[in-house]
Write a protein that binds this ligand. Structure first.
Ligand SMILES: *Cc1c(COP(=O)(O)O)cnc(C)c1O
Length: 343
């Protein structure tokens, strides 16, 4: 099978499996797992922040951040296709008592600018019967917008304005390493201006499980308590952190290959009958193309692809394909040939 449904499907590399087998471990609820501690120190260093916390999932990291930055009854301003709003079980309402204030990006890229955001913010000068904005949540790269990227400059501008009105900013950086490679900057450059960042070890970075929350020491101390409250205090979890260390130290060096494969896929798809996509906009590892003019539904196309050994995800009138290290250039050609036959 060529599995293009997501970069979550990556299996641990041989080096990860070796490191997992040999990992030194301890009880992480006592703070005594040396491999977890090392992963947390390295993540904080790489992101240029004071501290980091290992978590079972990215959703838990995002939701702990929402919880810590907000009070019940406040709003979270977020791009309308954001993961925190659409794919996390309304947890911001269930756990934090907050309401999403979804915002469109004026250029359709999913990448917000300050004008898009400020129109949705309710600050202290709003009438008393209007809920206040408690948090701005950004996403980089933007999953549902097709892996689009917010530059370090844009992130800095937005955070500067947010700081002027004491509005905290959380970054859902599930794929921030992909964003950094695309922008040719460091992940620290993209996350320096924000208050907290969540990133996934388990996506394109290839670890089997895990995400990290990164921020100030006080924030991470509180986050550790909330992780426990939510049932995420794990014990000899160094076996997972060992894979995470390889994910942050080694995998970023080859993410550009996934991006090249995604671009080739997008360019090939753009030439197919009934497909619309602008390949220039594919800058990371996510390819979303519209098939509403194909005369056959996205779901049907995905079913026919599956018969040919290729897995992809239908999203409404579009199909999403995500490249990762288990997908070769040859697999891309096979996929394009299959798509051509089907269309
Ligand atoms: C995958 C993902 C997450 C977190 O997902 P989990 O499955 O909970 O680890 C968060 N944000 C984005 C943009 C994602 O793609």
């Amino acid at each position: 099978m060529i599995d293009l449904r997501s970069d979550t499907v990556t299996k641990p590399t041989p080096a990860m499996r070796r490191a997992m087998a040999e990992a030194e471990v301890g009880d992480d609820v006592y703070g005594e797992d040396p491999t977890v501690n090392l992963l947390q120190e390295r993540a904080a260093e790489i992101f240029g922040k004071e501290a980091a916390l290992f978590l079972p999932t990215g959703s838990m990291g995002n939701q702990i951040a929402v919880k810590l930055h907000t009070k019940p009854g406040q709003e979270v301003v977020i791009e309308e296709r954001g993961h925190i709003y659409n794919y996390e079980m309304a947890a911001m309402a269930a756990i934090s008592g907050t309401l999403a204030r979804p915002v469109k990006s004026s250029d359709g890229s999913g990448i917000l600018n300050w004008d898009d955001i400020s129109a949705a913010i309710r600050a202290n000068d709003a009438p008393y019967y209007v809920a206040r904005t408690g948090l701005l949540a950004l996403e980089n790269s933007h999953n549902l917008a097709g892996g689009t990227v917010m530059s370090a400059e844009r992130t800095g501008e937005i955070c500067e304005k947010a700081r002027e009105i004491n509005l905290p900013v959380h970054l859902d950086g599930a794929r921030i390493f992909n964003a950094a490679v695309a922008e040719n900057v460091s992940v620290a450059d993209l996350s320096k201006p924000v208050d907290s960042v969540q990133f996934c070890l388990s996506k394109g970075l290839g670890a089997p499980v895990g995400s990290m929350l990164v921020g100030s020491r006080d924030f991470i101390d509180e986050a550790r308590a909330w992780r426990k409250l939510l049932g995420g205090g794990m014990r000899q979890v160094g076996v997972l952190a060992a894979a995470g260390l390889i994910a942050i130290e080694e995998t970023p060096k080859s993410l550009h290959v996934d991006h090249e494969n995604a671009r080739v896929l997008a360019e090939g798809a753009a030439n197919l009958r009934g497909v619309s996509i602008d390949p220039e906009k594919v800058v990371t590892n996510i390819v979303i193309f519209d098939v509403s003019k194909a005369g056959v539904s996205a779901g049907e196309i995905c079913m026919r692809l599956k018969e040919k050994g290729i897995l992809a995800s239908p999203f409404g009138n579009s199909i999403r394909m995500v490249t990762h290290y288990d997908v070769t250039r040859e697999n891309i050609q096979t996929t394009l040939d299959a798509l051509q036959t089907i269309l």
